[in-house]
Design a protein around this ligand. Structure first.
Ligand SMILES: [Fe+2]
Length: 579
């Protein structure tokens, strides 16, 4: 896909430049024979009224075919420049390192990406305007680009080079960001080009072709209107339920293919509960749904999720689809009879796998953070976070989510995390005889790092996390801490205090990720914190891995496997405490 888009973008700019040259040559050829044939055309009896409307010279081009070819080239130029400018809209994501470097050394903001994009956008618009003028006024007096054409051409070549740099530099993840970023400006680009097309090109389109275009565009507009009014697409579950662990409750999260209203239904102690995904007394409409349920209600219970298409909600009425989709999870449980066995996935970074191959009798799925380089939209959230959870556990066992530093990067994240139902990312819970403390370490750099462009407010959040940790009662027995970063926080002082508090809390083992390696460091080594630390590998990278952590009595068994072959790559047995 990456390569396909590379070629599309590369050839887009190339073809634009090439066609512009071709149009210029066509114009010259026409100019050479214009007067003679205009006269010929008039002599052959073309009506004067038509000549006034369309310009005699243009009639000549159209009649003899050269004009039609030129017109098609013009329309193609419009299409390609529009596509090109749309793609360049994502520049600020892919080339942001230029701005970061400038900010780092010059200590001030340099809007490089925006300037570059603006130059390419203006270039495309000027090529379009110039071409239209050449078509309208083939005489050099009115229509010539002159030397300006070659400047525009040079800018187009520069755009090709930057395209190459982008696609060589960026991977799959960057490409997704790029397109998402471009989507933000798509309506504005469409508006600008719509004005240009209607103002400059439509007058040159012959009536027959204009009629066909009107029919086609009208049909598209009607279809869009219909979809907007009545919804479209087959209604089904995109992801089946995943049950996220919280301190006092579980949150059941699932998604649908189209906007719906949805609920969870179960019976507890003889009473039927129907809990809707709602906020402020109003049912939420969307593709991503979450319902928070008291832990006791779901334990060893069966539950059903239901969803119905939401078409229109009005102040005094509205419309919902007739069809309802349901999915029943026959048994949810957190009971761990002999051991607590955690399937651990760390640092997925957008990598997707055949998740169902990992499905086994685990007590829970432990997601150690960094599910992607950044989470840019609801679709990413569903695809990268919810899909592995639902495909591995089928809603029958809980998911423990530890937020990573990259999970704080992206657009509209606050809203997405609210939909996940987790209000507080520092939390405690018990599974079997194991007590867990989850710590939300935040970003891995200081708030004033140039990379965050002064948007980060991490330090104070960490202070609140440390305060929360200091308020937690000491735990005895098997007490485990979970943190994405092995040193928990980026700030040295906060790291030190976190280590002291974890020790005072009786934590025996810290499970972490972030380094993309599998490692174990005994407390005495103090490699990160003065606590036994297991770093659970990475599901991304050259050799993707997953880990299985098993707690039994006072013992912990740490194992890491190759994702593809399931070959055991790391193993360590620990006695974490003595009674
Ligand atoms: Fe990380």
């Amino acid at each position: 896909m990456n390569m396909v888009l590379f070629f599309v973008t590369f050839f887009t700019r190339f073809i634009v430049a090439y066609f512009s040259c071709l149009c210029k040559m066509c114009k010259s050829a026409f100019h050479f024979s214009s007067d003679k044939n205009k006269w010929k055309l008039l002599r052959n009896g073309v009506k004067c009224r038509k000549i006034k409307m369309y310009d005699c010279s243009y009639l000549f081009i159209y009649k003899w075919g050269i004009g039609m070819a030129e017109l098609v080239l013009m329309l193609l130029t419009v299409f390609l420049t529009t596509l090109s400018v749309f793609l360049y809209g994502g520049f600020r994501v892919s080339f942001v390192f230029f701005e970061n470097t400038a900010r780092k050394f010059l200590k001030k903001n340099v809007p490089f990406c925006r300037i570059l994009w603006a130059v390419f956008a203006v270039d495309s618009v000027l090529l379009l305007i110039g071409s239209a003028f050449e078509l309208r006024y083939p005489d050099k007096t009115y229509g010539g680009f002159g030397g300006a054409f070659w400047l525009l051409f040079a800018i187009a070549v520069l755009a090709v080079i930057t395209d190459i740099v982008f696609f060589v530099d960026g991977g799959k993840g960057t490409l997704r960001q790029f397109l998402r970023s471009a989507m933000h400006i798509a309506p504005y680009i469409a508006f600008v080009y719509a004005i240009l097309i209607f103002g400059l090109l439509i007058p040159f389109v012959p009536f027959g072709l204009r009629f066909v275009l009107t029919i086609l565009l009208g049909a598209c507009a009607a279809l869009l209107l219909f979809v907007r009014c009545f919804g479209a697409g087959r209604l089904h579950f995109l992801t089946r339920p995943a049950v996220f662990m919280g301190q006092n409750a579980y949150t059941v999260v699932f998604s649908t293919s189209v906007p719906t209203v949805a609920c969870i239904e179960y019976t507890y102690r003889g009473k039927k509960y129907v809990l809707w995904d709602s906020a402020s007394r109003i049912k939420n409409v969307g593709r991503l749904h979450s319902v928070t349920v008291p832990k006791a209600h779901l334990e060893n219970n069966t539950y059903t999720v239901r969803a119905r298409r939401a078409i229109d909600r009005l102040p005094y009425g509205g419309l919902q689809g007739k069809k309802e989709i349901t999915h029943t999870v026959d048994h949810f449980s957190t009971v761990c009879e002999y051991e607590v066995k955690l399937l651990t996935l760390a640092d997925l970074h957008g990598k997707t796998q055949r998740w169902s191959a990992l499905s086994d009798s685990y007590s829970a799925l432990l997601l150690m953070g960094d599910i992607d380089g950044s989470i840019d939209c609801e679709s990413d959230f569903i695809r990268l976070l919810l899909t592995p959870c639902s495909e591995i556990l089928h809603g029958r066992r809980p998911v423990i989510f530890v937020r990573g530093n990259h999970d704080l990067r992206g657009f509209n994240l606050s809203d997405l995390y609210r939909r996940l139902g987790i209000e507080q990312f520092n939390y405690r819970f018990t599974l079997g005889n194991v007590q867990f403390t989850v710590l939300d370490g935040g970003e891995d750099k200081a708030d004033d790092n140039f990379e965050y462009a002064s948007y980060l407010d991490n330090y104070i959040y960490n202070e609140r996390s440390l305060h929360w940790l200091s308020q937690q009662p000491k735990q005895y027995g098997m007490s485990i801490a979970l943190s994405h970063m092995p040193n928990v926080f980026a700030d040295k002082n906060q790291q030190k205090r976190a280590g002291e508090l974890l020790l005072a809390n009786g934590i025996k083992l810290l499970i972490a990720a972030h380094t993309h390696k599998t490692d174990y460091f005994a407390a005495a080594q103090e490699r990160y914190l003065p606590i036994n630390t297991f770093i659970a590998g990475a599901a991304s990278g050259v050799k993707p891995t997953y880990s299985v952590i098993t707690f039994s009595g006072s013992m912990a068994e740490l194992k890491t496997f190759d994702f593809a072959t399931h070959e055991e790559l790391f193993t360590k047995d620990l006695i974490l405490y003595t009674d």
